[in-house]
Design a protein around this ligand. Structure first.
Ligand SMILES: [Zn+2]
Length: 135
C-alpha cells in the first residue's frame, strides 16, 4: 500500500457515497472483478478511458487490445496517469497499477504483452469509465 498523498483525497464514507459497492471494493480495497463480467472487456469504440474514481484520463482506446484474459487490456497508459506499486500479495511478485491522481486501484501490469510495447495493463472494468470521441 502506498503512503503517497494523492491530489484527490476522500474519506471512506465519501468514496462509498460516490461509488457502487463493487466499484468501492475494487478501487479502494484492491478487489478484482470476475473475468468476462466487466462492461469494457469486449468494448471497441474510439475514445478515452477515464478513472472511475476521479475522472482522470488513463488509457486511449488505440492502446486497447484483446488479451483474451477477460479484463480490459491496454499496451500502454497515458503518460503520468498511472502509478506503479510493487505488489507481493498472493505469493506473487506483481506490479500494481493505480490512478496517479486518486490512488484508485486499476489492476496489474504484466510484461507479456503481444504488441511492440511488450506490456499488458490488465484493468478492472469497474475501475474505469469511457468517454466516446466525437466523430
Ligand atoms: Zn483516479
Amino acid at each position: 500500500m502506498s503512503n503517497k498523498e494523492y491530489l484527490i483525497k476522500k474519506t471512506e464514507t465519501e468514496w462509498k457515497e460516490q461509488l457502487s459497492p463493487e466499484e468501492f471494493h475494487i478501487l479502494r480495497k484492491k478487489g478484482t472483478e470476475r473475468p468476462f463480467t466487466g462492461k469494457f472487456n469486449d468494448h471497441h469504440e474510439n475514445g478515452i478511458y477515464t478513472c472511475k474514481g476521479c475522472g482522470q484520463a488513463l488509457y486511449d482506446s488505440s492502446s486497447k487490445f484483446d488479451s483474451g484474459c477477460g479484463w480490459p487490456s491496454y499496451d500502454t497508459a497515458i503518460p503520468g496517469a498511472i502509478e506503479f506499486i510493487k505488489d507481493n500479495s498472493h505469493g506473487m511478485i506483481r506490479t500494481e497499477i493505480v490512478c496517479s491522481q486518486c490512488g484508485g486501484h486499476q489492476g496489474h501490469v504484466f510484461n507479456d504483452g503481444p504488441t511492440p510495447t511488450g506490456e499488458r495493463y490488465c484493468v478492472n472494468a469497474a475501475s474505469i469509465d469511457f468517454t466516446k470521441e466525437e466523430n
